[in-house]
Write a protein that binds this ligand. Structure first.
Ligand code: NAD
Ligand code: HP7
Length: 312
Protein backbone atom coordinates (compact mmCIF):
# COMPACT_ATOMS: atom_id res chain seq x y z
CA UNK A 1 0.00 0.00 0.00
CA UNK A 2 1.36 3.39 -1.05
CA UNK A 3 0.91 6.64 0.90
CA UNK A 4 -0.42 9.61 -1.04
CA UNK A 5 -0.64 13.36 -0.51
CA UNK A 6 -3.16 15.35 -2.54
CA UNK A 7 -2.69 19.04 -3.41
CA UNK A 8 -5.81 20.96 -4.50
CA UNK A 9 -8.11 18.65 -2.52
CA UNK A 10 -11.14 20.97 -2.42
CA UNK A 11 -11.56 21.32 -6.17
CA UNK A 12 -13.76 19.80 -8.86
CA UNK A 13 -11.40 17.03 -10.03
CA UNK A 14 -9.90 16.08 -6.63
CA UNK A 15 -12.60 13.48 -5.75
CA UNK A 16 -11.66 11.49 -8.88
CA UNK A 17 -8.08 11.31 -7.55
CA UNK A 18 -9.32 10.40 -4.05
CA UNK A 19 -11.40 7.59 -5.56
CA UNK A 20 -8.48 6.42 -7.72
CA UNK A 21 -6.21 6.29 -4.64
CA UNK A 22 -8.81 4.30 -2.70
CA UNK A 23 -9.85 2.03 -5.57
CA UNK A 24 -6.24 1.08 -6.29
CA UNK A 25 -5.91 -0.06 -2.65
CA UNK A 26 -3.79 2.88 -1.49
CA UNK A 27 -3.97 5.42 1.32
CA UNK A 28 -4.67 9.15 1.18
CA UNK A 29 -2.44 10.19 4.10
CA UNK A 30 -2.50 13.98 3.68
CA UNK A 31 -4.63 16.49 1.80
CA UNK A 32 -3.81 20.15 1.26
CA UNK A 33 -5.80 23.04 -0.20
CA UNK A 34 -5.93 26.76 0.56
CA UNK A 35 -9.72 26.35 0.61
CA UNK A 36 -11.07 24.34 3.56
CA UNK A 37 -14.31 23.11 1.91
CA UNK A 38 -12.97 19.59 1.86
CA UNK A 39 -15.73 17.59 3.55
CA UNK A 40 -15.67 15.26 0.54
CA UNK A 41 -12.60 13.65 2.16
CA UNK A 42 -14.96 12.01 4.70
CA UNK A 43 -16.62 9.94 2.00
CA UNK A 44 -13.28 8.43 1.06
CA UNK A 45 -10.71 8.76 3.79
CA UNK A 46 -11.84 10.48 7.03
CA UNK A 47 -8.54 9.71 8.80
CA UNK A 48 -6.47 11.79 6.37
CA UNK A 49 -4.58 14.81 7.68
CA UNK A 50 -5.65 18.12 6.17
CA UNK A 51 -3.74 21.40 5.93
CA UNK A 52 -4.77 24.72 4.43
CA UNK A 53 -1.25 26.21 4.56
CA UNK A 54 1.57 24.99 2.37
CA UNK A 55 4.20 25.47 5.09
CA UNK A 56 2.41 23.16 7.55
CA UNK A 57 1.66 20.61 4.85
CA UNK A 58 5.30 20.55 3.76
CA UNK A 59 6.73 20.23 7.26
CA UNK A 60 4.29 17.43 8.08
CA UNK A 61 5.32 15.62 4.88
CA UNK A 62 9.01 16.04 5.79
CA UNK A 63 8.45 14.62 9.28
CA UNK A 64 6.67 11.57 7.84
CA UNK A 65 9.96 10.59 6.18
CA UNK A 66 11.30 9.55 9.63
CA UNK A 67 8.83 6.66 9.82
CA UNK A 68 9.34 4.36 6.81
CA UNK A 69 5.80 2.90 7.01
CA UNK A 70 4.20 6.35 6.92
CA UNK A 71 6.53 8.18 4.53
CA UNK A 72 4.77 9.57 1.47
CA UNK A 73 5.29 7.68 -1.79
CA UNK A 74 3.25 9.87 -4.16
CA UNK A 75 2.05 13.46 -4.34
CA UNK A 76 -1.02 13.95 -6.55
CA UNK A 77 -1.60 17.48 -7.90
CA UNK A 78 -4.99 19.02 -8.72
CA UNK A 79 -4.12 22.69 -8.25
CA UNK A 80 -4.66 25.43 -10.86
CA UNK A 81 -2.47 25.03 -13.95
CA UNK A 82 0.02 27.82 -13.19
CA UNK A 83 0.93 26.15 -9.87
CA UNK A 84 1.72 22.71 -11.31
CA UNK A 85 5.40 23.41 -11.86
CA UNK A 86 6.03 24.60 -8.30
CA UNK A 87 3.91 21.83 -6.76
CA UNK A 88 5.57 19.11 -8.88
CA UNK A 89 9.05 20.31 -7.92
CA UNK A 90 8.01 20.39 -4.24
CA UNK A 91 6.65 16.82 -4.46
CA UNK A 92 9.85 15.52 -6.10
CA UNK A 93 12.00 17.28 -3.51
CA UNK A 94 9.96 15.61 -0.78
CA UNK A 95 11.33 12.36 -2.24
CA UNK A 96 8.00 11.35 -3.83
CA UNK A 97 6.88 10.39 -7.32
CA UNK A 98 4.31 12.87 -8.59
CA UNK A 99 1.01 12.41 -10.45
CA UNK A 100 -0.12 15.71 -11.91
CA UNK A 101 -3.18 16.88 -13.78
CA UNK A 102 -3.01 18.31 -17.28
CA UNK A 103 -1.64 20.56 -18.70
CA UNK A 104 1.50 19.39 -16.93
CA UNK A 105 3.24 22.75 -17.52
CA UNK A 106 2.67 25.39 -20.22
CA UNK A 107 6.01 25.24 -22.09
CA UNK A 108 8.64 22.71 -23.25
CA UNK A 109 11.27 24.71 -21.30
CA UNK A 110 9.45 23.92 -18.05
CA UNK A 111 9.43 20.23 -19.03
CA UNK A 112 13.23 20.49 -19.36
CA UNK A 113 13.39 22.12 -15.94
CA UNK A 114 11.31 19.32 -14.41
CA UNK A 115 13.55 16.74 -16.09
CA UNK A 116 16.46 18.36 -14.21
CA UNK A 117 14.59 18.05 -10.91
CA UNK A 118 13.78 14.41 -11.73
CA UNK A 119 17.53 13.78 -12.20
CA UNK A 120 18.42 15.68 -9.00
CA UNK A 121 15.90 13.76 -6.89
CA UNK A 122 15.76 10.39 -8.65
CA UNK A 123 11.92 10.59 -8.57
CA UNK A 124 9.45 10.59 -11.49
CA UNK A 125 6.60 12.80 -12.71
CA UNK A 126 3.49 11.27 -14.30
CA UNK A 127 0.82 13.16 -16.21
CA UNK A 128 -2.89 12.34 -16.34
CA UNK A 129 -3.57 11.90 -20.08
CA UNK A 130 -6.82 10.02 -19.61
CA UNK A 131 -8.09 10.08 -23.19
CA UNK A 132 -5.33 7.58 -24.01
CA UNK A 133 -7.27 5.12 -21.84
CA UNK A 134 -10.71 5.83 -23.37
CA UNK A 135 -11.90 2.63 -25.07
CA UNK A 136 -13.29 4.41 -28.15
CA UNK A 137 -9.94 6.18 -28.64
CA UNK A 138 -7.94 2.98 -28.14
CA UNK A 139 -10.16 1.26 -30.76
CA UNK A 140 -9.64 4.11 -33.20
CA UNK A 141 -5.89 4.03 -32.65
CA UNK A 142 -5.85 0.30 -33.41
CA UNK A 143 -7.90 0.87 -36.55
CA UNK A 144 -5.51 3.57 -37.78
CA UNK A 145 -2.43 1.43 -37.07
CA UNK A 146 -4.03 -1.44 -39.00
CA UNK A 147 -4.69 0.74 -42.08
CA UNK A 148 -2.15 0.85 -44.93
CA UNK A 149 0.89 3.02 -44.11
CA UNK A 150 0.16 5.56 -46.80
CA UNK A 151 -3.46 6.20 -45.67
CA UNK A 152 -3.92 9.80 -44.52
CA UNK A 153 -7.28 10.31 -42.83
CA UNK A 154 -9.45 13.41 -43.14
CA UNK A 155 -10.61 14.28 -39.66
CA UNK A 156 -13.03 16.85 -38.30
CA UNK A 157 -12.80 17.22 -34.54
CA UNK A 158 -15.53 19.08 -32.64
CA UNK A 159 -14.96 19.43 -28.88
CA UNK A 160 -17.59 21.37 -26.96
CA UNK A 161 -17.67 21.34 -23.16
CA UNK A 162 -20.09 24.15 -22.35
CA UNK A 163 -19.56 26.20 -19.21
CA UNK A 164 -21.59 28.88 -17.42
CA UNK A 165 -20.47 32.42 -16.58
CA UNK A 166 -18.52 31.20 -13.54
CA UNK A 167 -15.79 29.86 -15.82
CA UNK A 168 -14.71 33.32 -17.00
CA UNK A 169 -14.75 34.64 -13.40
CA UNK A 170 -12.66 31.76 -12.05
CA UNK A 171 -8.92 31.08 -12.50
CA UNK A 172 -9.90 29.02 -15.56
CA UNK A 173 -10.92 32.21 -17.36
CA UNK A 174 -7.63 33.94 -16.47
CA UNK A 175 -5.00 33.20 -19.16
CA UNK A 176 -2.17 33.82 -16.65
CA UNK A 177 -3.46 30.90 -14.57
CA UNK A 178 -5.12 28.50 -17.04
CA UNK A 179 -3.14 29.57 -20.16
CA UNK A 180 -6.40 29.92 -22.11
CA UNK A 181 -9.04 27.55 -23.40
CA UNK A 182 -6.89 25.82 -26.07
CA UNK A 183 -4.31 24.91 -23.41
CA UNK A 184 -6.71 24.14 -20.57
CA UNK A 185 -9.15 21.99 -22.51
CA UNK A 186 -7.67 21.52 -26.00
CA UNK A 187 -4.54 19.86 -24.55
CA UNK A 188 -6.59 16.64 -24.17
CA UNK A 189 -7.39 16.27 -27.83
CA UNK A 190 -4.02 17.46 -29.15
CA UNK A 191 -2.52 14.66 -27.06
CA UNK A 192 -5.17 12.24 -28.31
CA UNK A 193 -4.57 13.22 -31.97
CA UNK A 194 -0.84 12.64 -31.57
CA UNK A 195 -1.51 9.32 -29.81
CA UNK A 196 -3.68 8.15 -32.74
CA UNK A 197 -2.13 9.81 -35.79
CA UNK A 198 1.57 10.24 -35.01
CA UNK A 199 3.85 13.25 -35.23
CA UNK A 200 2.54 16.74 -35.87
CA UNK A 201 3.71 18.28 -39.15
CA UNK A 202 1.67 21.49 -39.46
CA UNK A 203 -0.15 23.68 -36.95
CA UNK A 204 -2.30 26.62 -38.12
CA UNK A 205 -4.64 28.65 -35.91
CA UNK A 206 -7.79 30.07 -37.53
CA UNK A 207 -9.47 31.54 -34.47
CA UNK A 208 -8.45 32.14 -30.89
CA UNK A 209 -10.78 33.71 -28.33
CA UNK A 210 -11.72 33.46 -24.66
CA UNK A 211 -14.47 30.89 -25.20
CA UNK A 212 -13.42 29.14 -28.40
CA UNK A 213 -10.55 28.32 -30.70
CA UNK A 214 -10.17 26.58 -34.05
CA UNK A 215 -7.52 25.56 -36.53
CA UNK A 216 -5.89 22.97 -38.72
CA UNK A 217 -3.40 20.31 -37.66
CA UNK A 218 -1.63 17.93 -39.97
CA UNK A 219 -0.20 14.71 -38.54
CA UNK A 220 1.71 11.84 -40.18
CA UNK A 221 -1.60 9.96 -40.60
CA UNK A 222 -4.28 12.70 -40.64
CA UNK A 223 -5.41 16.15 -41.74
CA UNK A 224 -7.48 17.60 -38.89
CA UNK A 225 -9.88 20.54 -38.91
CA UNK A 226 -10.59 21.27 -35.24
CA UNK A 227 -13.06 23.39 -33.30
CA UNK A 228 -13.13 23.83 -29.53
CA UNK A 229 -15.69 25.79 -27.53
CA UNK A 230 -17.03 26.28 -24.01
CA UNK A 231 -20.04 28.24 -25.37
CA UNK A 232 -23.33 26.26 -25.19
CA UNK A 233 -24.55 28.14 -28.29
CA UNK A 234 -22.04 26.14 -30.31
CA UNK A 235 -23.62 22.78 -29.38
CA UNK A 236 -25.11 21.10 -32.47
CA UNK A 237 -28.92 21.49 -32.70
CA UNK A 238 -29.50 17.76 -32.13
CA UNK A 239 -27.92 17.86 -28.64
CA UNK A 240 -28.87 21.42 -27.52
CA UNK A 241 -30.98 21.32 -24.32
CA UNK A 242 -30.25 17.62 -23.92
CA UNK A 243 -26.51 17.56 -23.28
CA UNK A 244 -23.88 20.09 -22.25
CA UNK A 245 -20.91 18.39 -23.85
CA UNK A 246 -20.31 17.17 -27.39
CA UNK A 247 -17.03 15.50 -28.25
CA UNK A 248 -17.00 14.14 -31.78
CA UNK A 249 -14.44 12.87 -34.26
CA UNK A 250 -15.61 12.60 -37.84
CA UNK A 251 -13.06 10.38 -39.52
CA UNK A 252 -13.49 10.21 -43.27
CA UNK A 253 -17.29 10.64 -42.83
CA UNK A 254 -17.65 8.16 -39.94
CA UNK A 255 -18.82 9.71 -36.63
CA UNK A 256 -17.26 8.78 -33.32
CA UNK A 257 -18.99 10.50 -30.39
CA UNK A 258 -16.83 10.02 -27.29
CA UNK A 259 -18.50 12.25 -24.67
CA UNK A 260 -19.32 9.28 -22.43
CA UNK A 261 -16.98 6.86 -20.70
CA UNK A 262 -14.86 9.36 -18.77
CA UNK A 263 -15.81 8.54 -15.17
CA UNK A 264 -13.29 5.76 -14.44
CA UNK A 265 -10.38 6.99 -16.53
CA UNK A 266 -8.54 8.53 -13.57
CA UNK A 267 -8.60 5.17 -11.80
CA UNK A 268 -7.28 3.47 -14.93
CA UNK A 269 -4.57 6.14 -15.16
CA UNK A 270 -3.53 5.40 -11.57
CA UNK A 271 -3.55 1.63 -12.18
CA UNK A 272 -1.23 2.11 -15.13
CA UNK A 273 1.12 4.45 -13.20
CA UNK A 274 1.30 2.04 -10.27
CA UNK A 275 2.03 -0.82 -12.68
CA UNK A 276 5.00 1.13 -14.11
CA UNK A 277 3.23 2.13 -17.34
CA UNK A 278 2.48 5.79 -16.55
CA UNK A 279 2.92 8.69 -18.97
CA UNK A 280 5.94 10.80 -18.06
CA UNK A 281 7.58 14.04 -19.17
CA UNK A 282 8.55 12.67 -22.60
CA UNK A 283 4.99 11.52 -23.28
CA UNK A 284 3.60 14.93 -22.34
CA UNK A 285 6.06 16.85 -24.53
CA UNK A 286 4.17 16.60 -27.80
CA UNK A 287 0.90 18.14 -26.54
CA UNK A 288 2.80 20.78 -24.55
CA UNK A 289 4.70 21.81 -27.69
CA UNK A 290 1.39 21.92 -29.59
CA UNK A 291 -0.38 24.20 -27.07
CA UNK A 292 2.70 26.38 -26.75
CA UNK A 293 2.60 27.08 -30.50
CA UNK A 294 -1.20 27.58 -30.52
CA UNK A 295 -1.02 30.09 -27.64
CA UNK A 296 1.51 32.26 -29.42
CA UNK A 297 0.37 31.84 -33.07
CA UNK A 298 -1.20 34.63 -35.10
CA UNK A 299 -4.68 33.52 -36.29
CA UNK A 300 -5.07 33.41 -40.08
CA UNK A 301 -8.17 32.63 -42.15
CA UNK A 302 -8.49 29.02 -43.25
CA UNK A 303 -7.95 28.33 -46.92
CA UNK A 304 -8.12 25.29 -49.21
CA UNK A 305 -10.86 23.60 -47.16
CA UNK A 306 -8.73 23.62 -44.00
CA UNK A 307 -11.26 25.54 -41.84
CA UNK A 308 -13.68 23.65 -39.58
CA UNK A 309 -17.29 24.11 -40.85
CA UNK A 310 -18.41 25.64 -37.50
CA UNK A 311 -16.17 28.64 -38.20
CA UNK A 312 -18.12 29.66 -41.30
P1 NAD B 1 -10.82 23.82 -9.13
O1 NAD B 1 -10.71 25.30 -9.19
O2 NAD B 1 -12.16 23.22 -8.92
O3 NAD B 1 -9.84 23.26 -8.01
C1 NAD B 1 -8.56 23.76 -7.79
C2 NAD B 1 -8.26 23.67 -6.32
O4 NAD B 1 -6.92 24.13 -6.09
C3 NAD B 1 -9.19 24.57 -5.48
O5 NAD B 1 -9.78 23.83 -4.45
C4 NAD B 1 -8.25 25.65 -4.95
O6 NAD B 1 -8.62 26.14 -3.67
C5 NAD B 1 -6.94 24.91 -4.90
N1 NAD B 1 -5.79 25.80 -4.85
C6 NAD B 1 -5.61 27.03 -5.41
N2 NAD B 1 -4.40 27.53 -5.09
C7 NAD B 1 -3.81 26.60 -4.32
C8 NAD B 1 -2.56 26.54 -3.67
N3 NAD B 1 -1.67 27.53 -3.74
N4 NAD B 1 -2.28 25.44 -2.94
C9 NAD B 1 -3.17 24.40 -2.86
N5 NAD B 1 -4.37 24.41 -3.45
C10 NAD B 1 -4.67 25.49 -4.17
O7 NAD B 1 -10.17 23.27 -10.46
P2 NAD B 1 -10.25 21.79 -11.03
O8 NAD B 1 -11.25 21.75 -12.13
O9 NAD B 1 -10.35 20.80 -9.94
O10 NAD B 1 -8.81 21.70 -11.74
C11 NAD B 1 -7.67 21.32 -11.01
C12 NAD B 1 -6.63 20.77 -11.99
O11 NAD B 1 -7.16 19.64 -12.64
C13 NAD B 1 -6.26 21.74 -13.11
O12 NAD B 1 -4.93 21.53 -13.46
C14 NAD B 1 -7.16 21.34 -14.26
O13 NAD B 1 -6.60 21.68 -15.51
C15 NAD B 1 -7.21 19.84 -14.06
N6 NAD B 1 -8.49 19.22 -14.52
C16 NAD B 1 -8.37 18.08 -15.24
C17 NAD B 1 -9.52 17.45 -15.68
C18 NAD B 1 -9.40 16.22 -16.51
O14 NAD B 1 -10.33 15.88 -17.23
N7 NAD B 1 -8.27 15.51 -16.45
C19 NAD B 1 -10.79 17.95 -15.37
C20 NAD B 1 -10.86 19.11 -14.62
C21 NAD B 1 -9.69 19.74 -14.18
N1 HP7 C 1 -17.87 21.02 -14.19
C1 HP7 C 1 -17.84 21.57 -12.93
O1 HP7 C 1 -18.81 21.49 -12.16
N2 HP7 C 1 -16.70 22.23 -12.55
C2 HP7 C 1 -15.62 22.31 -13.34
O2 HP7 C 1 -14.60 22.92 -12.91
C3 HP7 C 1 -15.65 21.72 -14.62
C4 HP7 C 1 -16.81 21.06 -15.00
P1 HP7 C 1 -17.18 17.91 -18.68
P2 HP7 C 1 -14.56 17.28 -17.62
O3 HP7 C 1 -13.70 22.92 -17.34
O4 HP7 C 1 -11.66 23.08 -16.60
C5 HP7 C 1 -13.12 19.13 -18.79
O5 HP7 C 1 -17.20 18.86 -19.81
O6 HP7 C 1 -14.35 16.31 -18.75
C6 HP7 C 1 -19.12 20.32 -14.60
C7 HP7 C 1 -11.72 18.86 -19.29
N3 HP7 C 1 -11.56 17.43 -19.48
O7 HP7 C 1 -17.39 16.48 -18.96
O8 HP7 C 1 -14.65 16.71 -16.26
C8 HP7 C 1 -19.56 20.71 -15.99
O9 HP7 C 1 -20.20 21.97 -16.02
C9 HP7 C 1 -10.70 19.34 -18.27
O10 HP7 C 1 -9.42 19.12 -18.74
O11 HP7 C 1 -15.80 18.18 -17.90
O12 HP7 C 1 -13.36 18.35 -17.64
C10 HP7 C 1 -20.44 19.56 -16.39
O13 HP7 C 1 -21.70 19.70 -15.79
C11 HP7 C 1 -10.90 20.82 -17.98
O14 HP7 C 1 -9.95 21.24 -17.01
C12 HP7 C 1 -19.74 18.38 -15.73
O15 HP7 C 1 -18.88 18.93 -14.72
C13 HP7 C 1 -12.31 21.00 -17.44
O16 HP7 C 1 -13.24 20.51 -18.45
C14 HP7 C 1 -18.91 17.56 -16.71
O17 HP7 C 1 -18.20 18.43 -17.59
C15 HP7 C 1 -12.59 22.45 -17.12
C16 HP7 C 1 -11.86 16.85 -20.64
O18 HP7 C 1 -12.31 17.46 -21.58
C17 HP7 C 1 -11.60 15.38 -20.75
Amino acid sequence: MKNFALIGAAGYIAPRHMRAIKDTGNHLAVAYDINDSVGVIDSISPQSEFFSEFERFYEHAQCLKRQPANALDYVAICSPNHLHHAHIAAGLRLGCDVICEKPLVPTPELLDELARVERETGRRVYNILQLRHHQAIVNLRNKVSAAADNTKFDVELTYITSRGKWYAESWKGDPRKSFGVATNIGVHFYDMLHFIFGKLQRNVVHYSGEAKAAGYLEYERARVRWFLSIDANDLPEEVKGRKTTYRNIDISGEQLEFSEGFTDLHTISYQEILAGRGYGLDDARHCIETVNVIRTAQAVSGTGGEAHPFLA
